[in-house]
Design a protein around this ligand. Structure first.
Ligand code: CO
Length: 157
């Protein structure tokens, strides 16, 4: 198990557009494994590669005991609207309300290189949108219409 340091807001790496992954080699798989360890250790739902300082298009999300490893993810369809609270491991002292599609369909490669489609509604749709935004250097705080102070310690209760 290898934990990576989560880059915090203010670091320019979080504002950069990530490059596609052309070869899913051992290094990429190792970073993915570290991202999963780091995500699980953090108690969050999703983590994008730039959040561990890697400017490549990959994301991990874990929700309801399902792990999504998304390499080169892109939207296939989006539909509807939701306006719910988000938080980000790179912005631990804030939370905010963001408009997102109510349902999204995403395609991505898995670690075997196979393209798969994933559909999400509610929180999963928000997680897909939030994490894919990270790959384009976009933090949810730039889209949030309402921001609130957030004390991560309170989540322990
Ligand atoms: Co985030």
């Amino acid at each position: 198990m290898a934990l990576r340091k989560i880059v915090q807001e203010g670091d320019p790496v979080l504002g950069k557009k990530c490059r596609p992954i052309t070869e899913i080699n051992d290094h990429i798989k190792m970073v993915l494994d570290d991202m999963i360890d780091t995500l699980r250790d953090s108690g969050g739902i999703g983590l994008a590669a730039p959040q561990v300082g890697i400017l490549r298009r990959m994301v991990v999300i874990e929700l309801d005991d399902v792990l999504y490893e998304l390499i080169n993810p892109e939207f296939v369809e989006t539909e509807g609207d939701q306006f719910e609270i988000e938080a980000c491991l790179s912005v631990p002292d804030l939370m905010g309300r963001v408009h997102r599609p109510a349902r999204v369909k995403v395609r991505a490669q898995n670690r075997e290189g196979e393209w798969k489609e994933y559909e999400g509604t509610d929180l999963l749709a928000r997680a897909f949108c939030h994490e894919l935004d990270h790959l384009d250097g976009i933090l949810y705080t730039s889209k949030a219409e309402e921001l609130y102070d957030h004390d991560p310690e309170e989540d322990e209760e």
